[in-house]
Design a protein around this ligand. Structure first.
Ligand SMILES: Cc1cc2nc3c(=O)[nH]c(=O)nc-3n(C[C@H](O)[C@H](O)[C@H](O)COP(=O)(O)OP(=O)(O)OC[C@H]3O[C@@H](n4cnc5c(N)ncnc54)[C@H](O)[C@@H]3O)c2cc1C
Length: 451
């Protein structure tokens, strides 16, 4: 009998298993599907000229939150990490149906048509806005409006944040999505002051150390290198294709009944599945917690990668990515030119575009591949003028699987955890942050809490 059973073999569950292993705790890791990694999913498409590496879910991780970078170091695969470059270079926002470059440099900002003169002036007054007097949660929209003005929210920052978090900035909790912005405000009194202060600090630290850590990390062969290596180095009881039919509690242990007729027992369980799935699994042993978990909303999300002959998709302007705000009422949310951002992942002569969908029109994630292709082609034609048919498409869909963290979410998670029976722990993107480093942190923390 293992001391611990972990349910869900995405990056969260794998990280929990790794932490258990480091602490000499015996564990079983149960995954419903036939592969490890969950949303970390890379597909390789072979062409005569070489292979195209396609990440369906996350493509890179931030290193400012240290957990992913540290895990990579523990696994001994830091040399495989590549720098995917800045996410912000040649980024465009769709505004009134037209792509407009995100004006990050001061000169471009001054001449950009994305915002009015009044809107720009209000943004420039950011250093003079007082910091928030308390540490209560607020929406992304409230934070951005308070610091930078309403137009910055509608035209500039809102679309970027809404695109990153596949969410509505009016309801999304800042403390879950972007706690860094609140930390900057609290520490320095404002965002501009914080950027200057942090740049100075970083320069000083750089002079003092020879740290080669990039701001973002990715893998030459796709992010699944991380989860594959993690699974390879795990030595516990690892079970794929494992479906749980019910969970019971006897006097001292939890009993997990599997579809294949087996029964597993343990004193401690970690659920590393999205909250809406955990809610169903917990119904018989933690009814109150299950009811609360079921109220955390999970939206559809998907990506489709389109592979073209490079010369057929060359653009008149150097576009690496396009964010599409919900107010534009389009069927897709964002477009990334993978072959420009990470050219080593694509064979010579091919152009690769990744399109995100599900946020603005959730039903797009539910249609057939051929209907999806038709929708995406229509949108690419009318937004950036790409009319040719791709050579190949690689779609990924996660239905009701992208958590939405509303204002007050962290307090709600605390409240749920108080209702959990002894020996049950929660971890993953539905709770305290959605990024890969957040999930690793939560998986490892759940094990630490259980000791
Ligand atoms: C399109 C997309 C792009 C993203 N981009 C980035 C990015 O660039 N950088 C970043 O940091 N983050 C990114 N994210 C977020 C990040 O990828 C996810 O939050 C993270 O991978 C979630 O990991 P998880 O292990 O918590 O959940 P999941 O990956 O969902 O894993 C849960 C696992 O549980 C399994 N499971 C489900 N039901 C059961 C059951 N009954 N029994 C056993 N197992 C079960 C599932 O099959 C799955 O393997 C992105 C996410 C998406 C969808």
């Amino acid at each position: 009998m293992p001391e611990l059973i972990i349910v869900g073999g995405g990056i969260t569950g794998l990280s929990a298993a790794w932490e258990a292993q480091q602490n000499g705790i015996s564990y079983a890791l149960l995954e419903k599907t036939s592969r490890w990694g969950g949303k970390v999913h890379t597909e390789i498409v072979n062409f005569p000229e070489g292979k195209a590496i396609i990440d369906g879910g996350p493509e890179s991780f931030i290193t400012r939150k240290p957990e992913a970078w540290d895990l990579v170091g523990e696994l001994g695969i830091q040399d495989s990490v590549i720098n995917p470059g800045a996410e912000t270079r040649h980024m465009y926002i769709l505004d009134g149906g037209m792509p407009v470059e995100v004006p990050l440099a001061p000169v471009k900002f001054a001449s950009s048509r994305l915002m009015s003169g009044g809107g720009k002036l209000r943004m420039m007054l950011e250093p003079f806005q007082p910091p928030k007097a308390d540490d209560a949660d607020e929406s992304l929209a409230d934070f951005v409006t308070r610091r930078l003005g309403r137009e910055a929210l509608d035209k500039f920052i809102g679309p970027i944040l809404g695109g990153i978090y596949n969410t509505d900035p009016d309801t999304q909790s800042i403390l879950v999505s972007s706690p860094i912005m609140r930390e900057m405000e609290a520490e320095y009194g404002g965002l501009v002051k914080a950027m200057i202060g942090r740049m100075r600090k970083a320069r000083k630290n750089k002079l003092a150390s020879d740290d080669k850590k990039p701001r973002f990390g990715a893998f030459a062969n796709g992010l699944q290198e991380l989860t594959d290596e993690l699974a390879r180095q795990l030595t516990g009881d690892l079970r794929l294709d494992t479906n749980i039919t019910r969970i019971e509690k006897d006097e001292s242990n939890y009993q997990i009944f599997l579809e294949n007729g087996e029964k597993l027992s343990a004193k401690k369980l970690i659920f590393a599945t999205p909250a809406n799935i955990t809610a169903k699994l917990l119904t018989d042993i933690a009814e109150e917690s299950a009811k609360k978990l079921a109220t955390i909303k999970h939206e559809n999300i998907g990506t489709v990668t389109l592979i073209y002959r490079e010369e057929e998709i060359q653009s008149d302007f150097p576009i690496h990515g396009l964010m599409i705000p919900r107010r534009e009422k389009r069927a897709i949310d964002a477009v990334t030119f993978t072959s420009l951002k990470m050219p080593t992942r694509v064979p010579k002569g091919y152009g690769v575009i990744r399109v995100f969908f599900g946020g603005s029109k959730p039903n797009v994630a539910e249609v057939s591949d051929s209907d999806l292709l038709k929708t995406v082609r229509d949108e690419l034609k009318s937004t950036i003028g790409i009319t040719v048919e791709p050579i190949q498409i690689v779609p990924f869909r996660w239905l009701k699987s992208f958590p939405q963290a509303n204002v007050g979410h962290l307090d709600f998670v605390d409240e749920i955890e108080k209702t959990l029976p002894e020996g049950i722990y929660l971890a993953g993107s539905s709770y305290r942050g959605i990024g890969v480093p957040d999930c690793i942190q939560q998986g490892r923390q759940a094990v630490k809490k259980s000791i």
